[in-house]
Design a protein around this ligand. Structure first.
Ligand code: HAM
Length: 409
């Protein structure tokens, strides 16, 4: 039997339903903030991710689905959505026009990670990217929007925020951190020894105990921000408080992608194990320029749909029944139930069974497949312009007039 690849999952039945529900919930919120739908290719030149996500990141260093195509191009399945949207923005010359543009997108991302609970090799994200607005109010809006979506989905999370500084204070902080870590560097894990050379701030979120021990009294970025970054970080906190959004400051929140500056944030859930981040993002004012465009301020985030689905599944009421199952006891009545079903389908999910079975067998199938309403037409009912109706939630049943059916359901 051919099975799906390791770390890749089908979205069938309830999973498909939940996926759609999450996308619709996200869409309805972000549209009110002026975001428009966009879609970019899943396959891009590898260089795009090397330059944006960063050579030193785990995503580029270890996790890319990279290959040479039949024309000899070095290509890669997208590990995240931001780089492709920035490329499209520059390629469409919107960076030259100026002004504000806001996009939302959703779909598959690919990371060759070790699969575990909450960590897939193909997973889905809903993401947003806002270009052309440098104000910290826009960072706050991005967070408020995400907070509203999570509230609408009924999901309890903790918001963690940090400031990663700018091109002035971050390099100074990195020097300070490297000097501090160098004293004890022989106790660093292999990955962090490499990070010390390539991207030392990633050592801050290493899960290894010996690395965390070294970091106990390490300097914090939040104590080393310049005045502009400090003022903006204070303002962000003020706006969040004014809007009733609780948060924690986490000076070790550095995010796994290299393009961030200033605001960085993550929403984490206690309900899904160690892979607890359900969404994350931040400001990335230098990326557009770095990819060859005009300097353009930008902020965005992405949400992991599978992780949200796992939380929603834990909350789902068992037996949430839906839809109508309609059948006939006599093959001659199929035309009649077909007519009724077509009318019902204007407003309700309706499935027809064309098979000749006993009423009990039909009822069993409708019950097992989770339908809410069971309709069955026999010769006797038909002769009186009636149909047998059963509500599979409360088990009530009766014969009702076909003319009354539309008002009863
Ligand atoms: P990210 O933090 O790498 O950010 O991913 C966002 C979310 O995708 C995570 O919080 C998590 O829920 C989900 N996720 C990541 N990896 C996996 C995986 N292997 N399996 C399942 N879910 C996963 C980004 O991707 C940035 N592009 C976000 C962004 C947009 N920043 C600015 N704009």
């Amino acid at each position: 039997m051919i099975t799906a690849l390791r770390g890749m999952k089908d979205l069938l039945e309830n999973d498909g339903k939940l996926y759609k529900f999450i996308i619709q919930t996200c869409e309805s919120v972000v549209k009110n903030y002026g975001y428009k739908f966009c879609e970019t290719p899943k396959l891009e030149e590898t260089t795009l991710f090397k330059r944006s996500v960063g050579q030193s990141s785990d995503i580029v260093g270890k996790e890319m689905y990279q290959f040479i195509d039949k024309s000899g191009n070095d290509v890669c399945l997208r590990p995240e959505g931001t780089a492709g949207v920035v490329r499209a923005f520059i390629e469409s010359k919107f960076d030259r026009v100026g002004g504000i543009r806001k996009y939302f997108y959703y779909g598959s991302m690919f990371r060759y990670e070790r699969p575990q609970r909450g960590r897939l090799r193909e997973f889905h994200q809903f993401g947003v990217e806002c270009f052309g607005e440098a104000s910290v109010y826009e960072d706050a809006s991005a967070i408020l929007m995400l907070n509203e979506i999570l509230n609408n989905l009924g999901i309890k999370t903790t918001l963690k925020i940090n400031s990663l500084g700018d091109g002035e204070c971050m390099p100074l902080y990195k020097d300070k951190l490297v000097k501090f870590i160098n004293i004890n560097k022989e106790n660093l894990c292999q990955d962090c020894l490499r990070r010390l050379e390539t991207n030392p701030i990633r050592i801050l979120d290493c899960k290894n105990d010996s690395c965390q021990n070294i970091l106990k009294n390490a300097p914090l970025i939040t104590d080393n921000l310049n005045q502009i970054c400090q003022d903006e970080f204070n303002k962000l906190q003020e706006i969040l408080r004014a809007n009733g959004v609780e948060f924690e400051i986490d000076p070790k929140l550095v995010r796994g992608l290299d393009y961030y500056c200033k605001s960085a944030f993550e929403f984490v859930s206690a309900e899904i194990g160690s892979q607890s981040a359900v969404a994350g993002g931040g400001r990335y004012d230098k990326l557009c320029e770095y990819l060859g465009g005009k300097p353009t301020a930008a902020v965005g985030w992405a949400m992991g749909i599978e992780r949200i689905m796992e939380i929603l599944k834990q909350k789902e009421p068992q037996n949430s029944r839906q839809g109508i199952y309609i059948c006939a006891l006599n093959p001659n009545l199929i035309d009649e139930i077909y007519k009724i079903a077509q009318k019902l389908r204007k407003h309700h999910i309706t499935e027809i069974s064309y098979e000749a079975k006993s009423p009990n067998k039909h009822l069993n199938i409708a019950d097992k497949r989770g339908f809410e309403i069971f309709l069955c037409l026999g010769d006797d009912e038909f002769s009186q312009n009636q149909i047998w109706y059963k509500n599979l939630n409360d088990k009530s049943e009766k014969r009702i007039s076909i003319d009354d059916l539309w008002s009863k359901i």
